[in-house]
Design a binder for this molecule. Structure first.
Ligand SMILES: Nc1nc2c(c(=O)[nH]1)N[C@H]1C(S)=C(S)[C@@H](COP(=O)(O)O)O[C@H]1N2
Ligand SMILES: [Mo]
Length: 423
């Protein structure tokens, strides 16, 4: 299974032939090829002999058609209906750390609703001095803050508890996105309403039919929670909560309430809703592990991976992936080529931000033999990402949520990659 485009494959094949005909040899230490006869260099091409599109061809641009395989996908058997479902970010085909909104995974309990700024209202009530209602315009007059954060569904990797199942990190780790948000710190709105001393919890609800009500301790609400209206420089997309969503850095995705309509202040967690009890981790002995809000450190190699096999044969190979921790910054990522026997440190590429995706790279000279690829994240608290077996020993197999175990890819000699587990 590969996402290679028709055009791309042909062109690469063609370049390879041309280079071979010209006698060019790819050296072991470099990916560059020696100059030789190549029509793509020597001939005038179509795109250089006529005009391209005018500036107003697409007022809001879409990716070029050669990238049309870089899309969200769902797994149909996973849920009964696509309105209460989830799809997956194509992390195998992205680079850097920012997830474009158009391919960032979606999770809805009752579908994505269309709510205009004019119809938008946010209420703060409960244990406050002054219950308040904000329009969208009102929110725009509060001082703004910026946060880059990953949002990971607690069920990310949930299908893999029993063993390696799905072919591709899009499906095994793709319930995650990472965006740069602009919004108002929730603290400022709560201070405006005046939280009473007994108010130790908030209960947040969305305007959709499911409402997705969640309780959050006041300490977190007053810390880094953002009432966000911009993501990656533009308004939130409908499917991510337009016009306003909650951003709860480092904490599980279900608390990131979309289409935010109410923040209630209470003296205890609101536990009445079925939704709240859904996000507990069922342990081997039948008891539930509750209030596991923070997402522990995790990583995955995004390329090579089952949807991004090695097409160029042996020689220089860029291994890359993502690491993240809900407890802070990623301190180090180790990569193993032999299933966890030997480890080497990868490069952290670009800014390392707290509670945000971190990109890593490791450049190797692949000898063309099989590899058992793994990555292991270590965060600034010293926490080391566990193996899947270590996790199972503690949590058993009944669990669905919070699978942050080490992912293993088996790279075959032909460059194809499979999702496997090592014992
Ligand atoms: N109002 C509302 N907020 C919601 C949900 C929902 O169904 N309704 N789903 C939650 C869950 S379970 C997750 S994982 C995140 C997913 O955010 P996304 O759709 O932007 O990826 O939104 C959360 N916020
Ligand atoms: Mo979720």
């Amino acid at each position: 299974m590969s996402d290679d485009t028709h055009k791309g494959t042909t062109r690469r094949g063609f370049l390879g032939t041309a280079a071979a005909a010209g006698g060019a040899v790819v050296g072991a230490a470099t990916a560059a090829r020696a100059a030789g006869p190549d029509p793509l260099i020597t001939e005038v091409q179509d795109w250089a002999s006529s005009f391209g599109d005018p500036v107003d061809a697409t007022p809001y641009g879409m990716p070029i058609r050669f990238e049309s395989h870089v899309v969200r996908r769902n797994v149909e058997w996973l849920t009964e209906s696509p309105v209460s479902s989830i799809n997956f970010t194509p992390i195998h085909a992205l680079e850097g750390t920012i997830t474009p909104q158009g391919c960032a995974f979606e999770r809805h309990h009752s579908g994505a609703i269309e709510l205009s700024k004019a119809d938008y209202r946010l209420m703060i009530n409960g244990l406050v001095d002054k219950p308040l209602v904000f329009t969208y315009e009102d929110l725009m007059r509060f001082p703004r803050a910026s946060t880059t954060a990953f949002c990971e569904c607690a069920a990310n990797g949930g299908m893999e508890w029993g063993g390696a199942q799905l072919e591709g990190c899009q499906f095994t780790q793709g319930m995650i996105h990472n965006m740069e948000y602009i919004g108002v710190p929730l603290r400022l709105l709560l201070e405006e309403a005046g939280v009473q001393p007994e108010g130790t919890w908030i209960y947040v609800e969305g305007a959709d039919a499911s409402s997705n009500g969640r309780s959050i301790p006041m300490e977190k609400a007053m810390d880094d929670v953002l009432v966000a209206f911009y993501a990656n420089g533009e308004a939130l997309r409908k499917e991510h909560g337009y016009p306003v969503r909650l951003v709860v850095p480092g904490w599980e995705g279900n608390m990131w309430v979309k289409w935010l309509r109410r923040v209630g202040v209470y003296h205890a967690a609101v536990e009445s809703r079925e939704e709240t009890s859904k996000y507990t981790d069922l342990m081997a002995d039948g008891t539930a592990r509750k209030w596991t809000w923070v997402m522990d450190a995790k990583s995955v190699i995004t390329s090579p991976s089952p949807q991004a096999p090695i097409r160029h044969g042996k020689g220089p190979l860029v291994i890359t992936g993502l690491a993240w921790s809900g407890h802070g910054k990623i301190a180090r990522v180790d990569v193993s080529l032999d299933g966890g026997v030997n480890w080497q440190e990868a490069r952290l590429t670009g800014d390392v931000k707290s509670k945000a995706l971190t990109r890593f790279h490791l450049d190797i000279d692949w000898d063309g033999s099989e590899m058992i690829l793994q990555s292991r994240a270590i965060d600034e608290t010293g926490y080391v990402q566990p193996t899947k077996d270590e996790l199972r020993e503690i949590r058993g197999l009944n669990n669905v949520y919070h699978n942050n175990g080490i992912q293993t890819w088996w790279v075959r000699e032909d460059g194809e990659v499979e999702n496997v587990e090592v014992g």
